[in-house]
Design a protein around this ligand. Structure first.
Ligand code: MN3
Length: 195
């Protein structure tokens, strides 16, 4: 069965002005859609055709991996944001951030720096690994599950994620992601599944 482009979990204009409808028109409507279409073309008639997206990601390399991982990464990224999101998380996730980073501010600085220092294209992540929270960065389509880590939250740092709204301001985009977009309920739900 062919993979399908998932609908956005909110309206295309729901995150404006922090992330505009024009960004979603291209990022979801063209970039994400192209990864899904390419994946379907690449797996048709192959050993991957009957596998789940996660199974393909864990067992492939090259073009199949890149398009499968980008299909997964973008669906995860849309869910990593919500209207009125951002700020310091509360509850168990907030407690663990203080335990493992020292403070929310220290976490936020590390997350932004991970994204800013990812040379070229990639992703900044909050992950659960070895019983603790960590910030990670990956290049291109790479993602935590390929390294035995559980993704809790991500920000896309490919230029197509922010160039329409922030031009070359990757740091400003990442600071805005944490301050006004991050979906901590999604991260907490992922943590609950991982623990
Ligand atoms: Mn992208």
């Amino acid at each position: 069965m062919a993979f399908e482009l998932p609908a956005l979990p909110y309206g295309a204009d729901a995150l404006a002005p922090l992330m505009s409808a024009e960004t979603f028109e291209y990022h979801h409507g063209k970039h994400h859609a192209t990864y899904v279409a390419n994946l379907n073309k690449l797996v048709e008639g192959t050993e991957y055709a009957t596998k789940s997206l996660e199974e393909i990601i864990l067992s492939s390399e090259g073009g199949v991996f890149n398009n499968a991982a980008q299909t997964w990464n973008h669906a995860f990224f849309w869910n990593s944001m919500k209207p009125g999101g951002g700020g310091e998380p509360t509850g168990q996730l907030g407690d663990l951030i203080k335990r493992d980073f020292g403070s929310y501010e220290a976490f936020a600085n590390e997350f932004v720096q991970a994204g800013v220092t990812q040379f070229g294209s990639g992703w900044a992540w909050l992950v659960w690994t070895d019983g603790k929270l960590q910030v990670a960065r990956t290049a291109n389509a790479d993602l935590p599950m390929k390294h035995g880590q559980v993704a809790l939250l991500t920000a896309d740092v490919w230029e197509h994620a922010y160039y329409i709204d922030y031009r070359n301001g990757r740091q400003k985009y990442l600071e805005t992601f944490l301050a006004g977009l991050a979906n901590w309920e999604f991260a907490a739900a992922n943590l609950a599944k991982a623990k």
